[in-house]
Design a protein around this ligand. Structure first.
Ligand code: AP5
Ligand code: MG
Length: 210
């Protein structure tokens, strides 16, 4: 399997972005992530309003907006890692219609740990590289190791909005996990180890799916 099609599920802060970077590096696939795509177009006017109105409150952006992003991105990709989608059952049904998948993996992490990861996350304003003030700090505080860019906090990583995102996950996205589990397609990965430990388990699952 040279160009796998991987769905990476997990709650906010589980490490989807972190592990997607490893997958892209190892398997040379596209990283299709609705979160990044929406952040790059936060003030785009749609008939449902702007993405910002939903994102800064921790709520889901309406399905038609995200479905279109994913369809266009998957059409252009041979292999991919899909991160941040589907987030409700209707998106999962839509995904079933437009592609097949080689692996559905869930990064499993406790809620308490998730909140610490989210509120301590910093991202590079220039290249998007991902850090954590405690768990993976940059060499120089506030400065990106990769490109020297400024490290900022995401607008939705305040404690209040992060908590709301975790609630939205429980309500809307947990049923998606149950759906793949009932189909017998879900592979659970322990997301609580170090990033390298998580990657070792995830890479083994990808190789198994080949
Ligand atoms: P999105 O950007 O997808 O955010 P999310 O799902 O909440 O996930 P995060 O990006 O916060 O976490 P992650 O799992 O990528 O973790 P990361 O690797 O960064 O979505 C944002 C918003 O967009 C949504 O709220 C919604 O409004 C909208 N949206 C997006 N998709 C949508 C859709 N399909 N439908 C509707 N609306 C949509 O890691 C987190 C931190 O932990 C980092 O600091 C990292 O360094 C650290 N870390 C990672 N791994 C470890 C580890 N093993 N040990 C210790 N620390 C670690
Ligand atoms: Mg992410």
């Amino acid at each position: 399997m040279s160009q796998p099609k991987i769905l990476l599920l997990g709650p906010p802060g589980a490490g989807k972005g972190t592990q997607s970077s490893n997958i892209v590096e190892e398997y040379d696939v596209d990283h299709v992530t609705t979160g990044d795509a929406l952040r790059a177009n936060k003030d785009m006017e749609t008939e449902h309003g702007t993405p910002r109105e939903y994102m800064d409150a921790g709520e889901l952006v309406p399905d038609p907006v995200v479905n279109e992003i994913v369809k266009a991105a998957l059409e252009d990709a041979d292999g991919f890692v899909l991160d941040g989608y589907p987030r409700n059952l209707s998106q999962a049904e839509y995904l079933d219609e437009i592609t097949d998948l080689d692996l559905v993996a869930l990064l499993d992490v406790d809620r308490e740990e998730l909140l610490d990861r989210l509120t301590g996350r910093r991202v590079c304003d220039e290249c998007g590289a991902n850090y954590h003030v405690e768990f993976s700090p940059p060499e120089e505080e506030g400065v990106c190791d990769e490109c020297g860019g400024e490290l900022i906090q995401r607008d939705d990583d305040t404690e209040e909005t992060a908590k709301e995102r975790l609630n939205v996950f429980e309500e809307n996205t947990q049923p998606v996990i149950d759906y793949y589990e009932e189909e017998g397609e879900l592979v659970r990965i322990d997301g609580e180890g170090t990033p390298d430990e998580v990657w070792a388990e995830l890479e083994a699952a990808i190789e198994d799916a080949a």
